[in-house]
Design a protein. Structure first.
Length: 727
């Protein structure tokens, strides 16, 4: 009788009713044993089982996993399999993609484990330091891994094995010096996966593909006149790319293109269309990193060092850290790899430049650009940036984060001599913002209240907050000058918030896990004048804007009322088809009648939630369904949306407008038109101080918000647009 082959590793995945091992329960377990050899990964026994819970299952979990109530009703209890699972898993190293919760749920159920686990989420973050998304679905697409049963346990376990093989194959392509440097850093930590990188692994070809293609081929129909105040494209294509292509084709030079996001600056620089400019917070400082690497001791610090070592060696550039993905891990260490130097030195004489909005203002302070013609892309975004970007925000989370950059009591990293001062400051912050939270929850009828209203209606509580702020500032003052200028600015903003300032609207807002103090000017004249004085000319580039909307922005951004330079033939409503949908079921039938990539825009998140709860099962039988608050972050949803042909995304206008990426949509349906919140403190103040401007804003607000949504969901073509609520 042949002896059963012994496997050292087991990839495992669980599905749960929720994320608390003390309250929630396991719905499904799937695992697959495997070994790692020089030739690749050898997969052995596979197993999966659905389990019946004793608590209710939220419809969100059914929608996310694809597990049906019928499957659970006929399933056994997990307690019947505890001994079986302990026998199988007690002496193997677990593999998972962020398996922390999986391990906790198994241990809570009584399953005996070895205590050894390898997390592919840790590996992918340093082996693919610039990859846009680290969720398993997106990585499966990127490596062309067949992943038919997303969010089913065995399918995810097998996908994780394939992901590991691809990651080890990438490591095998690194040169020997980089491998030596990585192994030296690994040896200083406690990493179970260290042993995988010490073995010689076969170098396989790795297939890679992206789920969003940011660059598109554009026909440039508009003849640009750089002396015009506003240039309007007929369709919401990538206006910055189209403009640069035109400038390049016509050999036009000595311009500065200003785009909304640094991500686009990076892409346009990489395409060779212009020299990218970046602010001091984004410029890499190798000397700072070497110092950090030599002092790193914790696993988190060492993992971050691995990420930077790979990025330095294999990335196409190392001038800016912008393409490093620090969204999931590493952001806490960013200040240790950037320096005081900027990319703005000695660039005033270069002909073709591109930067984002904040860097333009930094340029205005540090260089002489009076001979440059400035083209500001997306005047809608730019007006929002000036209006909201001029807003200063002081938040509980933001100030605490800034203090922890000096010294973090949780990781013991930073300036150890500041431990007492930092601990005192953090406790003072918690007391101050906790007091604000208590006062506002008792006195507020909505999620925000203006300082003026609080001062007039509840002067006792306002004065109490002022006294508390003075005490807090005394605790923070010793830390000024010890961190970066961003932290110092936050402390100044806190002081200014409780100081009388003419023309500034101030309000408190409560969020689920944060308290924010906002200050925002009514008048943009000072900023606009500063821009005009810094450059030889200023023009704006936008799309899909009608004349009335343009005249609102004329008043706001002061094109000097040169109406001959504001020309557009756009009639936004010519692109819309009105639809009569009276009930939720009408909406469902309409969605099912459409084909291709759909985005359905709801009036608010509660309406969306109710519709999802009632119809997600029926829609998912025929289409891929993604929904705001149900399918992960916006980045994840946009990436996953682009993977499928017949897919529906349910979202609200504010959610879509704030996304950084664009997606190509076939059908766009507005179930309700965006409306202006006239009770917001800023809008109330605008109505009092600038009544004519507010009247134009109220008249054009719906159009303006719709255009913002269309820009996000349009690529090479406009979608077919339906509006439920006709004008």
């Amino acid at each position: 009788m042949s002896q059963e082959k012994k496997y050292k590793y087991c990839s495992i995945d669980l599905e749960f009713t929720g994320f608390d091992p003390e309250k929630d329960q396991v719905l499904e377990i799937g695992f697959a044993f495997f070994n790692v050899t020089k030739q690749g990964i050898e997969v052995g026994e596979q197993w999966s089982q659905v389990f019946k819970p004793t608590i209710p299952v939220h419809e969100k979990i059914y929608g996310l996993t694809g597990i049906s109530p019928e499957e659970l009703d006929s399933a056994p209890m997990l307690s019947e399999y505890v001994d079986f699972l302990s026998t199988k898993l007690s002496d193997v190293t677990i593999l998972g993609h962020n398996p922390v919760l999986d391990v906790k749920f198994l241990e809570a159920a009584g399953v005996k484990l070895s205590g050894l686990a390898i997390d592919t989420l840790e590996l992918v973050q340093f082996l693919l330091p610039t990859h846009h998304s680290y969720n398993l679905e997106n990585l499966a697409h990127y490596f062309d891994i067949k992943h038919a049963g997303s969010h089913r346990a065995l399918s995810d376990a097998l996908t994780t094995i394939s992901l590991l093989q691809n990651l080890l194959s990438i490591y095998a392509t690194f040169d020997e010096q980089l491998k030596t440097d990585l192994l030296e850093v690994m040896s200083r930590g406690q990493f179970v996966w260290h042993e995988l990188f010490e073995m010689e692994f076969f170098n396989r070809d790795v297939v890679r593909k992206d789920s969003l293609v940011s660059e598109q081929s554009l026909d440039i129909q508009t003849q640009l006149d750089l002396n015009s105040k506003v240039i309007v494209f007929d369709k919401p294509h990538l206006m910055d790319q189209a403009t640069l292509e035109y400038l390049k084709q016509n050999h036009l030079e000595n311009y500065l293109l200003v785009v909304p996001e640094q991500r686009r600056v990076l892409e346009l620089w990489q395409s060779g269309l212009a020299e990218g400019l970046f602010g001091f917070q984004e410029v890499y400082d190798s000397e700072n990193f070497v110092k950090f690497k030599n002092q790193a001791v914790t696993n988190e610090e060492l993992r971050f060092c691995l990420k930077i070592l790979v990025w330095e060696k294999i990335n196409w550039q190392s001038k800016t850290v912008l393409d490093l993905n620090l969204s999931f891990f590493g952001g806490q260490f960013k200040s240790y790899i950037v320096g005081k130097n900027t990319s703005l030195d000695n660039i005033a004489d270069q002909q073709n430049l591109v930067c984002d909005y904040p860097t333009m203002f930094e340029i205005m302070q540090s260089q002489n650009f009076e001979n440059k013609k400035v083209l500001i892309v997306d005047l809608q975004n730019f007006e929002s940036y000036l209006t909201q970007g001029a807003r200063t925000r002081v938040s509980w989370n933001g100030l605490s984060y800034g203090v922890k950059l000096l010294y973090n009591p949780e990781t013991d990293y930073g300036q150890k001599d500041l431990e007492d001062q930092v601990s005192f400051a953090l406790s003072s912050l918690d007391l101050f913002f906790g007091l604000i939270q208590i006062v506002l929850r008792q006195k507020m009828k909505s999620t925000y209240i203006s300082v003026t209203d609080l001062k007039n209606i509840q002067p006792y509580y306002y004065n109490k907050l002022v006294s508390a702020a003075i005490n807090l500032l005394e605790r923070l003052e010793p830390l000024v000058g010890l961190g970066d200028i961003v932290f110092d600015q936050k402390i100044k903003n806190l002081k200014d918030f409780f100081t009388e300032q003419h023309g500034i609207v101030k309000w408190f807002s409560l969020q689920e896990d944060n308290v924010v103090l906002h200050s925002q000017p009514i008048d943009l004249n000072f900023q606009i004048q500063e821009i005009k004085e810094s450059f030889s000319s200023v023009s704006y580039i936008d799309s899909m804007l009608d004349r009335d909307t343009l005249f609102y922005y004329d008043d706001r951004l002061e094109f000097n009322n040169e109406q001959s330079d504001i020309s557009t033939n756009t009639n936004l409503w010519d692109n819309f088809t009105n639809i009569d949908l009276q009930t939720e079921h009408d909406i469902f039938e309409f969605i099912m009648s459409q084909r291709g990539k759909q985005v359905v825009v709801f009036s608010d998140s509660l309406t969306l939630k109710n519709f999802y709860k009632n119809y997600y099962q029926q829609i998912k039988e025929h289409k891929v369904l993604l929904a705001q608050d149900y399918s992960g972050s916006g980045n994840k949803m946009f990436r996953n949306f682009s993977l499928f042909e017949d897919v529906v995304l349910l979202a609200t206008s504010p959610f879509l407008i704030k996304q950084k990426y664009k997606i190509q949509v076939d059908v766009l349906s507005f179930l309700a038109l965006p409306t202006l919140d006239e009770n917001h403190p800023y809008n109330l103040s605008l109505a009092q101080i600038e009544p004519e401007l507010f009247a134009k804003l109220r008249k054009n607000y719906t159009n303006m918000e719709i255009v913002k949504v269309i820009k996000v969901v349009s690529g090479a073509n406009l979608p077919t647009i339906f509006v439920r609520d006709p004008r």
